[in-house]
Ligand binder design. Structure first.
Ligand code: CMX
Length: 133
């Protein structure tokens, strides 16, 4: 079952500059900065109330974030939904005909098991499922 938006991911070119902007915007400092080597990104997380923003900068040229920024510029990259049971949710979405980008959940940033769904499946929005580890 999906029960809330876990975070919104924003692709940025320069993490330090973006972090300063989002600190001012949200009125809080980031609570975590984390490299996710498997995704070739460095991330920084902000939290206000129950809501989280993840800034994502590319660690190298060929990464998903680098390709996204090259093609579409900086901006909202994905919406992540929190799920209680990622395996059950992946099965449910596959049965509904959605195209998942992973066969099995992967370990993502901020202590989560994650799975992405192709943006063509959801009207041009890259969707991520997240389960707490
Ligand atoms: N949101 C919406 N549309 C997107 C998109 C995004 N984030 N990324 C790519 N697209 C669009 C492309 O512009 C393209 O559109 P057109 O066909 O209209 O040109 C379409 O999706 C398909 O693109 P593609 O060329 O087939 O595929 P890409 O090589 O651009 O890869 C995607 C797209 C989503 C499959 C790939 O980025 C992916 O596997 N993403 C999941 C992993 C990821 O994003 N990791 C980084 C974040 C990690 C983290 O959160 O920690």
């Amino acid at each position: 079952m999906m029960n809330k938006i876990e975070h919104i991911g924003i692709a940025v070119k320069d993490l330090q500059m973006a972090s300063e902007i989002y600190s001012k915007l949200l009125g809080v400092s980031s609570y975590k900065k984390e490299e996710v080597k498997s995704e070739q990104v460095i991330t920084e997380f902000f939290k206000i109330g129950d809501s989280k923003i993840e800034l994502l900068a590319s660690l190298n040229q060929g990464s998903a974030i680098a390709k996204f920024i090259e093609k579409r510029g900086e901006g909202i990259h994905h919406i992540a939904f929190h799920v209680e049971d990622i395996y059950a949710e992946m099965q449910r979405l596959t049965n509904e005909g959605f195209i998942l980008l992973n066969d099995k959940p992967k370990v993502g940033a901020d202590n989560k098991l994650i799975c992405f769904m192709h943006p063509k499946s959801a009207n041009g929005v890259l969707v991520e499922l997240c389960q707490d580890i």
